[in-house]
Write a protein that binds this ligand. Sequence first.
Ligand code: NOJ
Length: 601
Amino acid sequence: MPSWTRVSWIVVAVAVVVGVVVGTVTWAIIGRGPSPPELRNLDWWENTVIYQIYPRSFKDTNGDGIGDLRGITSELEHFVDAGVGAIWMSPIFSSPMIDFGYDISDFYDIHYEYGTMADFEELVSRAHELGIKVLLDYVPNHASTESDYFKRSVAREPGYENYFVWADPVIDSQNNSRVPSNWISQFGGSVWEWNEIRQQYYLHQFAVEQADFNFREPAVRQEMLNIMRFWIEKGADGFRLDAIPHLFEANPNDHGGVYPDEPLTGNMFLTSDQPGYTTQEHVRDLIELYDVVYEWRDFVDRWQEDNQAETKVLLAEAYANITMTMLYYGNERGRIGAHFPFNFDFITSLSAKSNARDFVYVINRWLTYMPRGQVANWVFGNHDNNRMPSRFRTNMVDGLNGLNMMLPGVAITYQGEEIGMRDGYVSWEDTVDVSACNQGNPDNYLEYSRDPARTPYHWNNSTSAGFSTSQSTWLPVAEDYREINLQAQKEAERSHFKVYQSLTRLRKEPAVSHGDHHIQALSKNTLVLVRHIITYDTFALVFNVGTETDTVDLSTITLLAEPMTVYASSIFSRRVPGDTVPLGEVTLQPGEALVLQAPPT
Ligand code: NOJ
């Protein structure tokens, strides 16, 4: 056969093979498409919504103007309705209520104003029947000075002598006796308080009545595990770990036998008894504390394994820089810590002044620093900070809830965020927060007060917003309850609550529960968050965080395709669920957010 004929046979054969391969692949892509990815089974907490209850302000059933456990039990359906998976209750244990429960006098009992142990058991069992997990607030850093622990330590009872951080006075060169160091408490004033009986100072990083445990004392470490075991055995599904950065202070053994003074920050607007006047290098974020958190994790994991139980979660409350925060997840030597440290960035790094780039930068910071394989979380408010719509703007509620629900990981809602509750007004006369009472005066107390974020929940427009049958409540009910309340929002055609419900539902979509995320500033004030996974619908949140109308071009986002429809929108938006949005220019009013649903790409 002449060589040109052989060549042409080869060419024909290659062409046929290539044709078959290309045809098959094309058929696979166009005709059948790629098969759906396997979706990893998520543990119960990994994609849940956690709702923080401030028990004193949630629901009062006995008419004393103070919320109680029966109130929480009576409203558990609200969480099912809202799409919440777990509740975390601020402390419910016996307490003189100097810091509204964060000063515990009996770690093994329920505070009498909140109910009884039987009420707690009922709450847990009913919640579990409804599929709601129950998390408790664990306060290991300090105990009330009314606790037995403290009283025994004051009396130097054997086994309790070193339960707290005790120190002798320092005698200076002029022979004057003074406090052991210049450290300042979180609520103002020295951390050192003289005890007449023991003739020593004790340390308190918070109120005078909240004495700090000594975590270098093995008996304290053991007791903390006992407390944890007690509540796990009562059915708790995990704990929020309070004030963890403060567990340790500098050890005098490392500083020539004294408690070293802190350097001054140089902040001239503060007086010498105000937090922030000194740096806090000797009183927070000490590396020793992480071993305690890792010890707790080992403990809950072992309990869970021994009892073949579901995961018991540990959530660390730590206001710290990003490096020290991430260490709560675990360290590089393979120790594992909290399931996550709370991400307070939306409280500490973003505000009404932030633009879209600030949002994108701050969100990416967490996701960049988070160790591989860990779960993110997003906090928009809590009982220690002004409420979310008051810190940002009231027209941003749905967009902020949209970010909370659409960012990867766990969403955390502080009670009232689902209906857009704002700060309540609390006069100086009505102020009860120890932080404001200690540091404030009638002119400046609002800078310190946490009461505005703690006013009672708005159930409806009846007496005391349906929180209590009494007109006199422990904190006044915010005046806007007639407009902003759950019942009205359930009845309205469009409301924050309805948007919230559709957002929690959205979390079940594979793109949101398992997909990739892509976040970008489309302009100075508008950001887009896209959640995407092959073969399933894509969802995108487009959110104007600014104060002016903004037009952006969606066609630059390659993960989006037409036809796009509105899945949810801010309650004041001209676009409603079901509306079509072209993949081109879109104009958003100030604060407006749209959640768009697009076909798989
Ligand atoms: C953090 C809590 O959230 C806050 O309310 C409390 O005052 C301090 N820890 C002290 O326990």
